[in-house]
Design a protein around this ligand. Structure first.
Ligand code: GAF
Length: 376
């Protein structure tokens, strides 16, 4: 028997009615653009969060996780308010609270994850989206996926206090196997862009093992700076800046010039990346990834030493390009390299870390995979 099914029976004394899964994501390019009404290009990983679940009709929500066995919670859905549940359980509880308005009720949930936490691979969004799908299907509630992503985002913002954008929940729900998702975060329109990794070229995810936490103030501070820059420029968001040179000349503070420079050029890099992918020129993407990293390091100032060292070592070992992914201040780096260079790249990164006395990073090869779905 599947270990998750067996564990569910043991925890709740009955079998689950189904198992739902939502993936983590790697954002190929388009970082810190989502909350600026910009463009992002994430794809779903094979790794993610699975939820075994059974409906309850008494309004009770039972939350357990194989990764936090000693920390189960039992709450009433009608009593869920921001702050009522803390820690990991705030994510599923927030989703249940937001979906309550749409007719969702209680359930017994058992969660399992093979995504490293704090690795910048959107494990929180995967958890929210797997739970959202499970609760909707158990209670016969139909919500279109783009809308479900917005509800999961709202749950995270209201119940964990993280002012996240819409990218991670959209990636979890809308990605398809073999593709990246081009999402326009202003219009909400998305399209699938072929991403033929794993043939001649591979994308290596390097978990730098410097954990990141979006709830810390730095992410919110970056958002606030972008909003301030947009307001000084008299536009709704930095997406609306068409004349970068003019905007930079008129912004009074150097820090706001740096933030604006990153966001505006990053949107152009996403468009260039999509053009290259549609033209079948995947290898050429490397230079854009590295340019994105340098911009995140020097202009947006969200990179961290282990990310910079990994990108530098990978490039020296012949990688086509690389960059940090996610919110920053810790987490993972991605490296684009010819499949026959991967071993050299890993060796070079390991050596760079050993030299500095850092623990070796963890690696996984990224395979563009399907979005959230019912498994059983
Ligand atoms: C985190 C956020 F959750 C996303 O919304 C996005 O802003 C990202 O950081 C930076 O691109 O993953």
């Amino acid at each position: 028997m599947d270990p998750l099914l067996a564990a569910f029976e043991e925890a709740y004394g009955r079998p689950p009615q189904g198992v739902w899964h939502a993936p983590g994501r790697v954002n190929l390019i388009g970082e810190h653009t989502d909350y600026n009404d910009g463009l992002v290009l994430p794809f779903a990983l094979a790794q993610g969060v699975s939820v075994a679940a059974a409906r309850r009709d008494d309004g009770v929500l039972e939350l357990r996780s194989l990764q936090a066995a000693a920390d189960g919670r039992t709450v009433r859905v009608e009593e869920l308010t921001p702050g009522a549940v803390d820690g990991w359980a705030a994510y599923p509880a927030g989703v249940a609270a937001v979906l309550r308005e749409h007719g969702v009720g209680g359930a017994s949930l058992l969660i399992d994850s093979d995504l490293p936490q704090g690795a910048g691979l959107a494990s929180s969004a995967a958890l929210e989206c797997a739970v959202a799908l499970a609760l909707c299907q158990l209670h016969g509630v139909e919500i279109e996926r783009a809308e479900l992503a917005r509800l999961a985002q709202r749950a995270e913002r209201e119940f964990t206090g993280t002012p996240c954008g819409i990218m991670d929940q959209s990636a979890a729900l809308l990605c398809t196997a073999g593709h990246a998702l081009l999402l326009d975060c202003r219009s909400g329109l998305s399209s699938q862009v072929p991403l033929p990794l794993g043939e001649a070229l591979s994308l290596l995810v390097v978990d730098t093992r410097a954990p990141h936490a979006l709830a810390d103030g730095d992410y919110a501070a970056r958002r606030a700076e972008c909003e301030r820059a947009a307001s000084l420029l008299g536009v709704d968001s930095l997406r609306d800046v068409k004349d970068l040179a003019g905007a930079l000349a008129s912004l009074p503070e150097p820090v706001l010039r740096r933030r604006t420079q990153h966001v505006v050029t990053e949107n152009h890099r996403v468009e260039a990346a999509v053009g290259l992918l549609r033209a079948g020129a995947l290898a050429e993407l490397g230079a854009l990834l590295t340019a994105s990293h340098l911009s995140l390091r020097d202009q947006f100032e969200v990179s961290w030493p282990r990310a910079d060292a990994a990108v530098e070592a990978a490039l020296r070992a012949g990688a086509r390009g690389g960059r940090m992914v996610g919110g920053g201040f810790g987490g993972s780096v991605i490296v684009l390299a010819a499949a026959d260079r991967l071993a050299d790249v890993r060796e070079a990164i390991d050596a760079a870390y050993a030299e500095r006395g850092w623990p070796a990073p963890a690696y996984l090869e990224a395979v563009p995979s399907a979005g959230a779905r019912r498994l059983l």
